[in-house]
Design a protein around this ligand. Structure first.
Ligand SMILES: [Zn+2]
Length: 125
């Protein structure tokens, strides 16, 4: 299999230590220059791997702050714009994922469910 490599970022692109380490685990060893940061030493990630990394870091990472059991509090998809705020040290990394994958990060949890319309019995007769 010699499919052309379609890497968009590498582990060196990230500023956050945790993201960088995880990117090294998920990424593929390749000496090509990264199209984003220009480094050749980083492990390369294609869109699929980047999505996996983002999911592990932002979605499952947000479990730590969850008081409601095992529901993730942060999600991302291609239909939403980013509406969460992250610490400044994470801002650039989040934007990188956002722009590379064309996704938005948003809160996903019990508070949203409460906002959904619920059918209530109409007792007025
Ligand atoms: Zn890079």
């Amino acid at each position: 299999m010699n499919a052309p490599a379609d890497f968009c970022v590498c582990s060196e692109c990230f500023r956050d230590e945790g993201l960088r380490l995880d990117a090294q685990r998920i990424g593929i060893e390749d000496t090509a220059f990264c199209s984003n940061c220009g480094a050749s030493i980083g492990r390369k990630l294609d869109a699929d791997r980047l999505a996996t990394l983002a999911h592990r870091f932002f979605v499952w990472g947000s479990l730590l702050r969850c008081d409601f059991g095992a529901a993730p509090l942060i999600q991302f998809n291609q239909h939403q714009k980013t509406s969460i705020t992250v610490p400044s040290w994470l801002e650039a990394d989040m934007r990188l994922v956002e722009q590379t994958l064309g996704v938005g990060f948003f809160h996903y949890g019990p508070r949203l469910w409460m906002g959904s319309p619920q059918k209530t019995e109409n007792k007025a007769r």
